[in-house]
Design a protein around this ligand. Structure first.
Ligand code: PMP
Length: 282
């Protein structure tokens, strides 16, 4: 497959970056993941706005304007025949002599690829997933979609090692998020999410689920959520570009609520599927 690197499309096997790239040396970069359904990017404007915010937060000059990014995403989608894809975009601070301080003259390294993708199937949607929990040991700028993902990588492996799909993290006893997803709690018909701040990445589905909940009249609270509330939830869900929304039916080996996907999940699931179907008609 063809990938994009610094202005050119080249075969993946020939796309090479210097070992002095600050993405490699320091994890000094940011990224974005845009889901593509039926060859159409879903909520691309939101993803590109977050990409812009991430670049600003780490003070890397934005290599493209909005139209330039949209054009690149379109060209990446065209590199694959698959209807459903994940478009990955990454910008690092570039190649420079190794020194923590920003280099004066480095040019950002811009990488993009489109990968064929299959969304979670009926089994995951209908039976839900197992999750485990651990303390959130990451840094305090989780709102930046940084390629420095060691904390997230260790948290995800914690789940894999325990035969679970996701690790739900708690900072000082309060819910933050999953290793690569946002986490939602339902209690007595109310949908509850952690507040949007520096302790979580604001998923593009974080905003989208708020919109869907409002449209369906599902009450939503955004506030600090104690671990005990998560453990006593009627329903738990996770959301991300690749997992869409999935019900968490067990946490640390104990059933969540009735131990099967609940009614609030079912409603949000339906809205999500409707939005994807509407995308195809546009
Ligand atoms: N939090 C983290 C740490 C993530 O890696 C992701 C996935 N990008 C999310 C939340 C969910 O974000 P989105 O809905 O944009 O995929």
């Amino acid at each position: 497959p063809q990938v994009y690197l610094n202005g050119e499309f080249t075969p993946l096997s020939q796309a090479k970056v210097s070992v002095l790239d600050r993405g490699f040396i320091f994890g000094d970069g940011i990224y974005e993941v845009v889901p593509v359904y039926g060859r159409k990017p879903f909520r691309m404007g939101h993803h590109l706005a977050r990409l812009r915010r991430s670049l600003e937060a780490v003070r890397i000059a934005n290599p493209h304007d909005q139209a330039g990014w949209e054009d690149l995403v379109g060209k990446l989608i065209a590199t694959s025949d698959a209807p459903d894809q994940i478009v990955y975009l990454q910008v690092t601070r570039g190649v420079a002599r190794r020194d923590h301080a920003f280099p004066a003259d480095a040019v950002p390294t811009v990488f993009g690829m489109a990968t064929p993708f299959a969304w979670p199937g009926a089994e995951l949607r209908e039976q839900g997933v197992r999750a485990v929990s651990m303390p959130d040991e990451r840094w305090l700028h989780c709102e930046i979609k940084s390629t420095s993902l060691l904390g997230n990588v260790l948290a995800r492996q914690f789940a894999v090692d325990r035969d679970a799909v996701e690790t739900v993290m708690f900072r000082d006893g309060f819910l933050s998020e999953g290793s690569s997803s946002n986490v939602w709690v339902v209690k007595n018909g109310v949908l509850v999410a952690p507040e949007r701040n520096h302790l979580i990445l604001e998923g593009i589905r974080y905003g989208f689920i708020q919109e869907m909940a409002a449209a369906r009249g599902i009450p939503l609270e955004m506030r600090k959520i104690a671990q005990a509330e998560v453990e006593a939830a009627d329903e738990l869900m996770l959301s991300s570009a690749t997992k869409e929304i999935l019900p968490i039916v067990s946490l640390d080996g104990k059933p969540v609520g009735a131990g099967r996907p609940g009614p609030v999940y079912a409603q949000l699931r339906q809205s999500y599927d409707e939005a994807i179907a509407a995308l195809a008609r546009r």
